[in-house]
Design a binder for this molecule. Structure first.
Ligand code: ATP
Length: 818
């Protein structure tokens, strides 16, 4: 029977080859899956699919033992049951396997096999109608005339008789009784055969019975045998509900599409999902609404399949460098494995853009075998975005958390809360406050979304947050998270990341192979230093994308030329050299050298400009930290006749302005010691002199105290008329007494100096310990001067030292009065 316009299953189904159970339409069976083909079906079809259709698979019974799953396909049974996978549980113990809960929908026959690897895919023909389950019994003619009608009545009577022998006070029996009346007669043989004690062989006979009449005939003797057995039992010993239950030999969790028949021996209330589902169906909602409810509230749960060794390999394979972060993530995963309780710190990866924060989150989900969902929080300024709108509003909808759960359709995904530092605030409430509840393990088991208006358990969800800086994360939110700093990369690390990950990824995305495009390491280094200036590798990846696109055009043109060549060679009398425009196909692989690089990416965007800009007195190079990584920062000063005015430009924040005033005051106080003079030759630098301090990149706002030493050095250069060393950059806060205080972001700042070609970095003495975090090659390339006071700074910043500093002048040692 080929159902015409009824409900259709997909005509191509992936097949699960079952060697243990037989799935009949209308029943639910648990299958343990560990053979390679079946494992692939689960991982590539069920776990990757996002639509309802992708959960429909065919189950073919009675195939060979999976131990002998060779490359040749076994001869398959011709009839199978299409089913919907309602639960997938993965485990690694004692060996990797999945357990699937599948509800049978209808029979199908295999028309042809399309492929056997990685899993079996077949063209199938649907054999049963699915309308049985969607059309109410009253609307269909159920009483059939003739033999079939008689047979179906007889079967029904036998089922009633069986039930009559059982104790109705047992909930499962009562349920079976209720179900019997509401079920269409056509489905009875399948449902009853799957519930009473029958062998797989007998179930197979019922499956193979294609006509209804045949099916009744096969199942009736089984039912009668069950009744006879029960009678015998009642005769031989006084029956008890337990015995009867045992005779009924029910299968756990028998589920019908749209109805739950929980013939479990446990109390029916034990299964939350079943109760919820029952309530949904009991509410007699329209089908569409019922379906939506099921999707919203019932979700599949994939258990963690964590293997620390495998997690380590996966993290190492996916990400180069980031050792500290990877170590902490492994510790985190190991604790989760040892401790079954789900409460644990919420990790927050903080670092510049493009350093792999999101991508580590994705890898964590993969190592746990969980679904991954990213929630972008940048710019969110309405708390309904997190909590949902109340349904009183037109156009209301659930919040991002519940929406995310709906998208992944499991209740224990890994959620990546991206850019938590960019949450906004508005009249519509504070989304950060709503997130507090979501992230608090003590509260999130009963998170209430305003739209759903029922408490939802989020405790199974694994939250990971990312941010560029902790400065703008509200303190209460920050307090709930464990911050892991992700640093920018060095030039060498970038080259490695490029060749291990970025280039292969880009080649694949553009349909190219390494045989077609080769980017030598030198070229990569050029791209990094001349076309990008970033802490991460995102813009580097984009540059490789641009190169791949340019090469793709060449390769495609080459193909065309070669194809035209082939056709002209086959043609009768074509003269060579007839088409002067025709280019020769490029030689493979196309190697990207410096010339090709300029052709594709244009002129270099950045140059090693430090030395060129330090050609006049009154310029010094500082180091700044921004959420986007470290930066070099020029400070320029000029003086002119005037009345001692100080002008500051370059969008400076209050703290930076104060640093400038501090620097001037210190210089004025120490001008004599350092032999600094003003325009009129006097010892006070500001007398008859105006000073202008400018911080280029004038459109970018700058703030913070760490430019103090740079401003002093710049002014000392201006007033002494000497040039600052062109290969020196510096950072450090100053005090009025000329001490140099420690500052933050040393690693990022030093990496920026290294990127810019600086050779010597002056930093506060108390930041010496931060140097240990630097990669060995950067430490080897750079000289570090750790300065406790401005004397030491000036001495190191000028060739041959600075008059009045070091041996000639020493800071007064103050003893503490405290
Ligand atoms: N250490 C690394 N090894 C391999 N690939 C990396 C590494 N770091 C970054 N990448 C790659 O760089 C790209 C950008 O990374 P990702 O999107 O994770 O950055 P992010 O830190 O989350 O940035 P943002 O803060 O802007 O969200 C990705 O393609 C990622 O795979």
């Amino acid at each position: 029977m080929a159902p015409g316009d009824g409900i259709q299953i997909p005509s191509r189904l992936p097949l699960l080859l079952s060697h243990e159970g037989v799935l009949l339409p209308g029943s639910t069976v648990r299958f343990s899956v560990d053979s390679p083909r079946n494992m692939h079906l689960v991982s590539q079809r069920l776990l990757k699919g996002t639509s309802l259709k992708s959960t429909i698979i065919g189950v073919i019974p009675n195939t060979r033992d999976p131990e002998h799953d060779t490359d040749d396909l076994p001869t398959l049974h011709k009839i199978g049951t299409a089913g919907i996978a309602v639960q997938v549980v993965g485990s690694n113990w004692p060996k990797p396997h999945y357990t699937l809960l599948i509800t049978g929908l209808c029979r199908f026959s295999v028309s042809s096999l399309l492929k056997g690897r990685p899993f079996v895919l077949a063209e199938v023909e649907q054999l049963d109608q699915l309308e049985h389950y969607t059309t109410p019994v009253t609307e269909r003619a159920t009483a059939k005339d003739g033999d079939l009608g008689e047979l179906s009545n007889k079967f029904y009577q036998a089922a009633v008789q069986l039930l009559g022998m059982l104790d109705m006070s047992v909930p499962v029996v009562a349920k079976f009784r209720r179900l019997l009346d509401s079920l269409p007669r056509e489905t009875l043989p399948d449902v009853v055969a799957s519930m009473i004690r029958t062998s797989n062989k007998e179930k197979l006979q019922v499956l193979d019975a294609l006509t209804l009449e045949e099916r009744f005939k096969k199942a009736l003797p089984m039912l009668t045998r069950q009744i006879e057995g029960l009678k015998l039992l009642q005769k031989t010993r006084k029956s008890s509900p337990e015995n009867e239950k045992r005779v009924l030999s029910v299968r756990k969790g028998g589920v019908l599409p749209g109805r739950q028949l929980n013939l479990d021996e446990e109390d029916e209330d034990g299964d939350d999902t079943a109760v919820l589902e029952k309530k949904i169906h009991g509410a007699k909602m329209p089908d569409a609404l019922c379906h939506v409810c099921s999707l919203w509230l019932l979700s599949l749960s994939l258990s963690d399949c964590l293997d620390i060794q495998a997690a380590r390999t996966l993290l190492d394979n996916d990400h180069y460098a980031m050792d500290k972060l990877k170590r902490r993530v492994l510790e985190y995963l190991a604790v989760r494995q040892l401790k079954t309780s789900l409460k644990g710190p919420i990790l927050c990866f903080v670092g510049p853009p493009g350093v792999g924060k999101t991508s580590v989150g994705r890898s964590i989900a993969r190592t746990l075998g969980r679904e991954f969902h990213r929630i972008a929080l940048g710019g969110v300024c309405d708390q309904s975005d997190i909590r949902g709108h109340r349904r009183t509003y037109v156009g209301s909808m659930p919040g991002r958390i519940i929406n995310g759960l709906k998208t992944v359709a499991v209740n224990n995904p890994v959620f990546l809360l991206d850019e938590v530092d960019k949450l906004g605030k508005s009249l519509q409430g504070d989304p950060a406050a709503a997130l507090l509840e979501v992230l608090d393990p003590e509260q999130n088991h009963s998170f209430t979304d305003h739209y759903l208006n029922v408490a939802f358990d989020l405790s199974q969800v694994l939250f990971i947050a990312t941010a560029n800086t902790t400065a703008s994360i509200p303190p209460a939110l920050l307090d709930r998270m464990e911050v892991l700093q992700v640093q920018g990369y060095t030039q060498e690390e970038k080259v490695e990341i490029a060749h291990r990950h970025l280039i292969p990824n880009q080649l694949e995305q553009h349909g190219l192979t390494p045989q077609q495009l080769h980017i030598p390491q030198d070229t990569t280094q050029d791209i990094i230093s001349s076309y990008t200036r970033e802490a991460g590798v995102r813009s580097l990846e984009r540059k490789f994308g641009a190169i791949c696109r340019a090469v793709a055009v060449k390769v495609a043109e080459g193909h065309r030329v070669t194809m035209t060549d082939a056709s002209t060679a086959a043609g009768p009398t074509q003269q060579s050299g007839e088409n002067p425009d025709k280019a020769a196909p490029p030689e493979m692989p196309i190697v990207i050298d410096n010339v090709a690089l300029k052709d594709i990416l244009g002129l270099p965007l950045f140059e090693m400009e430090v030395s060129e800009r330090l050609t006049l007195p009154g310029v010094a190079v500082g180091l700044a930290w921004t959420p986007l990584g470290g930066e070099i920062l020029f400070v320029e000063a000029s003086r002119m006749e005037g009345e001692g005015q100080l002008t500051l430009t370059g969008q400076l924040g209050d703290v930076m302005k104060e640093s400038a005033h501090l620097a001037i005051s210190w210089l004025r106080a120490n001008a004599k010691t350092y032999q600094l003079t003003n325009m009129v030759g006097g010892p006070d630098p500001l007398e008859g002199t105006d000073i202008h301090l400018h911080f280029p990149a004038g459109a970018v706002t700058k703030d913070g105290p760490s430019a103090g030493v740079t401003i002093v050095t710049c002014l000392a250069s201006l007033f002494s008329g000497r040039l600052v060393r062109s290969d020196v950059a510096m950072t450090g806060e100053i005090t009025l007494r000329g001490l140099v205080l420690p500052v933050g972001g040393i690693k990022d700042k030093v990496l920026a100096a290294h990127r810019a070609g600086v050779k010597c970095v002056i930093l506060p003495q108390r930041n010496k310990k931060d140097l240990e975090e630097l990669p060995a090659n950067v430490r080897a390339d750079l000289d570090f001067v750790t300065a406790a006071n401005l004397d030491e700074v000036l001495n190191a910043a000028f060739d041959g030292g600075f008059p009045g500093t070091a041996s000639t002048h020493s800071q007064p040692q103050l003893t503490s009065k405290l």
